[in-house]
Design a protein around this ligand. Structure first.
Ligand code: 13P
Ligand code: SF4
Length: 360
């Protein structure tokens, strides 16, 4: 496998501050009071999260959840919640939950007027590409991604020159401008199949070096990578995971392919966030370490109370910008709308639709 060595990258995401509407995110919120009637109405939702949200926390969350769910009906809105959202968002206001691929597919087929992306900016841009006539909102436009920031459209144009005729596959964790320069997108759940679907002997797979290295172990296609990394997954080490296993040999280690190769080597299973969740729900291990963003363990724990989760807590600071308060403000003030330049959008959409239509 080769690491492409080209030129300097700039900052592809998030968008310029000037693009952010100056609406009043701190305005007093008009929320219902947590009284006995509201407690009773919200009890079925609390049931979903009671293993991971304490009774002390619930009176704070419940009025926001009630107000958000009412606003969703008023606006004909849906919330697409990534697996890294905290449990009160994921289980109590998310209409569709999943990994990047699942959320992109939901964005393409929803008939709602408004999509609120409870995730990061590249995910909201992907939703806008697939639903150009809908209003797509991101509760905090600063919710970026270190992978998306590792490469620019200019970098991709230079890669085209350096590797003429070699198809370029981009991970969805990139800006629309980068997607517009690529042939097809992929996610962590379909990267191997997308690379092989091109029928080429060599493929550029950008920008995540570790995802590319993982894919290289699964295919004979020669992979050329870029040196982007996820700031959350690159922090895990094989040593810390071996220590968990030494402490209790029954501990299962499940890793995301954005982890470094030595981490993946010690894992019992590697897959996208959705594949990791499926693995835990199906295998029901006694004890498991989810080697990924740490809110995901809470979300799975809410539904798998018999599994013990060892939690090396690496939080994604970008995902954690999304809160119930910001989702509420987003729906109330219809902020912050995601726009993609129409010329960029047309080319970027082609790359994303090619992936979605590949039925992989
Ligand atoms: P998934 O597509 O596996 O959900 O990954 C998205 C992501 O950002 C992981 O860090
Ligand atoms: Fe990006 Fe990593 Fe955060 Fe996922 S976890 S959004 S790849 S920084």
């Amino acid at each position: 496998m080769t690491i492409a060595n080209t030129v300097a990258s700039g900052n592809a995401c998030p968008p310029a501050a000037g693009a952010i509407p100056a609406l009043n995110a701190t305005a007093a919120r008009d929320l219902p009071v947590f009284d006995a009637a509201l407690a009773a109405e919200m009890a079925p939702l609390y049931e979903r999260v009671r293993h991971v949200v304490t009774p002390m926390e619930w009176p704070h969350y419940a009025p926001l959840i009630k107000a958000i769910n009412d606003l969703k009906k008023e606006r004909n809105a849906v919330i697409l919640a990534h697996n890294y959202m905290t449990p009160e968002i994921f289980h109590c206001v998310g209409d569709f939950r999943g990994d990047s691929l699942q959320l992109a597919k939901e964005a393409a087929r929803t008939d709602a007027d408004v999509i609120v992306q409870a995730g990061v900016h590249f995910m909201a841009e992907t939703s806008k590409l697939l639903s150009p006539d809908k209003t797509v909102l991101i509760p905090d436009p600063k919710a970026g991604c270190s992978l998306a920031e590792s490469i620019t459209a200019a970098d991709v144009r230079l890669l085209r020159e350096a590797y003429p005729g070699v198809p370029i596959v981009t991970y969805v964790n990139t800006s629309a401008a980068v997607k517009a320069e690529c042939d097809i997108t992929c996610t962590s759940s379909n990267a191997v199949k997308i690379v092989e679907s091109l029928g080429a002997p060599r493929v550029l797979l950008i920008p995540d070096e570790y995802l590319a290295k993982y894919v290289q172990t699964k295919t004979k296609v020669e992979i050329i990578a870029w040196k982007g990394h996820c700031e959350v997954h690159e922090r895990f080490t094989a040593e810390e995971l071996e220590a968990y296993r030494e402490a209790d040999p029954a501990t299962r280690i499940i890793a995301h392919p954005e982890c470094p190769p030595d981490v993946i080597k010690v894992a019992d299973f590697t897959g996208s966030t959705a594949a990791m969740i499926d693995w835990v729900k199906t295998k029901q291990p006694r004890k498991v370490v989810l080697v990924t963003e740490c809110s995901m363990a809470s979300n799975v724990a809410a539904e798998a109370p018999n599994v013990e989760f060892v939690r090396p807590c690496n939080l994604c600071p970008h995902m954690k910008r999304i809160s119930l308060e910001k989702i509420y403000d987003s729906l109330r003030f219809m902020q912050h709308e995601v726009h993609v330049d129409p010329q960029v959008a047309e080319r970027a959409r082609r790359a994303v639709e090619r992936m979605v239509n590949a039925a992989i």
